[in-house]
Design a protein around this ligand. Structure first.
Ligand SMILES: [Zn+2]
Length: 245
């Protein structure tokens, strides 16, 4: 895997971009071209970063360490390197991103209503889609995490993951069926990606896939570097497994 490229720091949190994110921005720029392409790219870029800061700043406020905000093909992830203290804290952290996106969608809408400028309508639409997409009840999306955290209040983390993965698969299949019915190749691709991401979560919740000693599990340590290369979400899961073991 390619390393993440650090391009800045905000509120003391490093901002990193994966090559897949840059490729996605490049594709938008190529498809749309010119000034409007640059505008859409900047707007999407800013919206994703603000969404992730919703997660990151809430996490930090609740005493959870955030090592970086990383941007990739499907948006971004706030890399948490310690555990939320409770399921409720996890719900708050997961919900904070979509809350920011909904707020931006509302602000964009009000500005559009006041000025009639198409750019604000786009800001509103992009953030509304981002909020709704992230609230899909599939792992490792925000909606799936909220669902799992709520379940984990009444059962083990592994069992909660198991049920959440089943729901994720139902949602993936629904996307796949719609994709086939309307011949939308993007939906088929999305169905496949959602299915594989959820399956990876299932494996992770069952066992510590690394077996490394705890001393290697610190921010920037070998376990985190490897985990981040495979899937940023593994870092959080790894901590869960260690706590439970
Ligand atoms: Zn999010």
């Amino acid at each position: 895997m390619f390393p993440a490229i650090q391009f800045g720091r905000l509120f003391g949190i490093p901002l990193q971009a994966r090559v897949s994110f840059l490729a996605m921005l490049g594709a938008v720029l190529l498809l749309m071209g010119g000034l409007s392409g640059i505008f859409v790219v900047l707007l999407a870029f800013g919206s994703v970063i603000l969404h992730e800061f919703g997660h990151a700043l809430t996490a930090r406020r609740l005493g959870v360490n955030v090592s970086a905000i990383e941007l990739h093909f499907f948006g971004g992830v706030a890399k948490l390197t310690s555990l939320p203290k409770s399921a409720n804290d996890e719900v708050l952290i997961a919900a904070a991103g979509p809350v920011v996106s909904f707020a931006l969608a509302g602000i964009g809408y009000l500005l559009y209503a006041a000025t009639g400028l198409g750019g604000f309508a786009l800001l509103s639409a992009v953030n509304l889609v981002m909020a709704l997409f992230n609230l899909l009840p599939t792992l490792p999306m925000d909606g799936g995490r909220i669902f799992r955290a709520l379940l984990s209040k009444r059962m083990s983390f592994e069992r909660a993951t198991e049920i959440s993965v089943k729901l994720s698969r139902v949602v993936s299949i629904a996307f796949g069926v719609f994709g086939l019915a309307f011949m939308q190749i993007q939906l088929l691709l999305l169905a496949f990606v959602l299915w594989s991401m959820a399956s990876a979560e299932r494996v992770l919740a069952k066992r510590n896939p690394y077996g490394q000693p705890a001393r290697d599990c610190h921010p920037g340590g070998p376990v985190e570097r490897h985990a981040a290369a495979v899937s940023p979400d593994r870092i959080v899961i790894l901590r869960y497994n260690q706590r439970r073991n």
